[in-house]
Design a protein around this ligand. Structure first.
Ligand code: AMP
Ligand code: GLY
Length: 423
């Protein structure tokens, strides 16, 4: 089977690396890909929102399966585009249609879904420019800190956690009347602050059956000790050491199952990954957010732990044969640490020559933001490389990732030295 992966980050390199191991794979294409994916498949230079160019590529290379890495093309309706096109409707797409993608594309939609289906989540209300005064009132009723979320996609930057009610009011006004997050912030969800520990769970589903993938914890802040600005993610660990069977059963029964049943009740046709961002508060899991794709850098630890053939699993998902699928997962721990460009998540420079990848032993280097130019690999993004390792526990795995990171170098390279510090 010929397969196309859409995207260009560490997530997509990891998916490519895994699919390339499948005997069911014929040719692998990645669009647009990076210097890492170019080593295992064929990169096609096109934008993930350019549906027409994607269609041409799919037809030209007789691609029968498309895996959508990032959320934007899903929210824009790439799966609907494929279903409606006569020439493409025999091509399977991993990733939900527009309606299902609203679980990530609209915080308000996701909250309404959770309330409707009794899925534990933080108390909330949503507001627009017209109801700003009611928003102020609601803030007065809550206790600090205050959580403000732009309704739409804001590239991971749309959530504000604020200490004082005065500042929360000011920010709410900025979002609703001054378009602080553009269109994404025309509706703002204000919710109760949950004080707990975060973790993420992932399911692959056809909307009816589902397979639970390894769980993970990511580290979003740029600074050590979880300080400073939010990033796409600076590192991840799988499995989450505190997630025992009791907690995982609770998550499946109170969150995963009601979410899948909710999709059915609402007649939302959903095929793809469902990512549950959770807060565990006194042993009770609550949903902070849904994503409708895999996480990055979570994929860099989740997918390497899957021993089953991922292409076989994708085919089972798209052909309605997921029932009774038994996924094999290694009991080993995996960790990944991101090497990022100096300045990220604010301004940074691209085009730095990366050295030392060839010296890495006993870890896998997944490319996140890289570009091959002649025989050099250059940085080409804020997050540049993810160094993934295995170990009997996360500490052993982390030691390997850190030892190998010391061999890699590019100008102003930065990484967090304390992944897993809170565990
Ligand atoms: P989100 O984009 O919804 O995942 O939010 C980004 C981050 O904000 C999460 O990873 C949490 O660390 C934090 N966060 C979001 N909602 C809440 C909440 N209700 N209580 C506490 N922290 C939250
Ligand atoms: N690492 C968080 C995300 O992919 O949304």
């Amino acid at each position: 089977m010929n397969v196309l992966i859409l995207g260009s980050g560490g997530r997509e390199h990891t998916l490519a690396w895994k699919l390339a191991q499948s005997p069911l794979l014929n040719q692998l294409f990645i669009a647009p890909g990076n210097a890492g994916t170019a080593q295992i498949g064929i990169n096609i230079p096109l934008g993930v929102s350019d549906f027409k160019a994607i269609k041409e590529t799919v037809l030209q290379h007789q691609i029968k399966l498309v895996i959508v890495g990032p959320e934007v093309p899903l929210v824009e309706g790439i799966h609907d585009y494929f279903s409606k096109d006569k020439e493409l409707n025999d091509v399977a797409v991993i990733g939900p249609k527009k309606q299902g993608a609203q679980l990530e594309g609209s915080k308000e939609f996701a909250k309404e879904f959770m309330i409707r289906h009794n899925i534990p989540t933080a108390k909330y209300q949503s507001f627009t420019k017209e109801t700003l005064d009611k928003g102020y009132q609601f803030l007065e009723e809550l206790k600090a800190p205050y959580v403000l979320k732009a309704d739409g996609l804001a590239a991971g930057k749309g959530v504000l956690i604020i200490d004082t009610v005065q500042e929360a009011k000011r920010e709410l006004k900025e979002m609703l009347t001054n378009q602080k997050f553009g269109e994404a912030g025309q509706t703002v969800v204000i919710e109760e602050y949950l004080d707990g520990i975060e973790m993420s769970c992932f399911a692959l589903t056809n909307g009816k059956d589902y397979v639970i993938l390894p769980n993970a914890k990511d580290y979003k802040r740029i600074g050590e000790g979880d300080t400073g600005l939010n990033t796409g993610g600076m590192g991840a660990i799988s499995p989450v050491p505190f997630a025992d069977d009791k907690l995982l059963t609770k998550i499946e029964k109170t969150i995963i199952q009601p979410s899948i049943k909710g999709l059915q009740k609402d007649k939302i046709d959903f095929l793809g990954f469902l990512f549950f961002g959770l807060m565990i508060v006194d042993d009770k899991p609550l949903v902070i957010e849904y994503n409708v794709r895999m996480g990055d850098p979570e994929t860099e630890v989740v997918v390497p732990r899957i021993q089953s053939d991922l292409l076989e699993l994708f085919i089972a998902t798209t052909t309605g044969t997921l029932t009774n699928y038994k996924i094999q997962i290694t009991p080993q721990s995996a960790t990944t640490v991101m090497a990022v460009s100096g300045g990220y998540p604010e301004k940074y420079e691209n085009g730095k020559t990366i050295t030392g990848i060839d010296k890495v032993t006993d870890s896998i280097v997944f490319h996140a933001g890289t570009k091959a130019v002649d025989d050099k690999i250059l940085s080409n993004g804020g997050r540049v490389l993810a160094v993934t390792s295995f170990g009997k526990d996360f500490k052993e795995a982390l030691e390997k990732s850190y030892a190998n990171l010391k061999k890699i170098n590019f100008d102003k390279m930065n990484y967090r030295k304390d992944i897993g510090f809170d565990l």
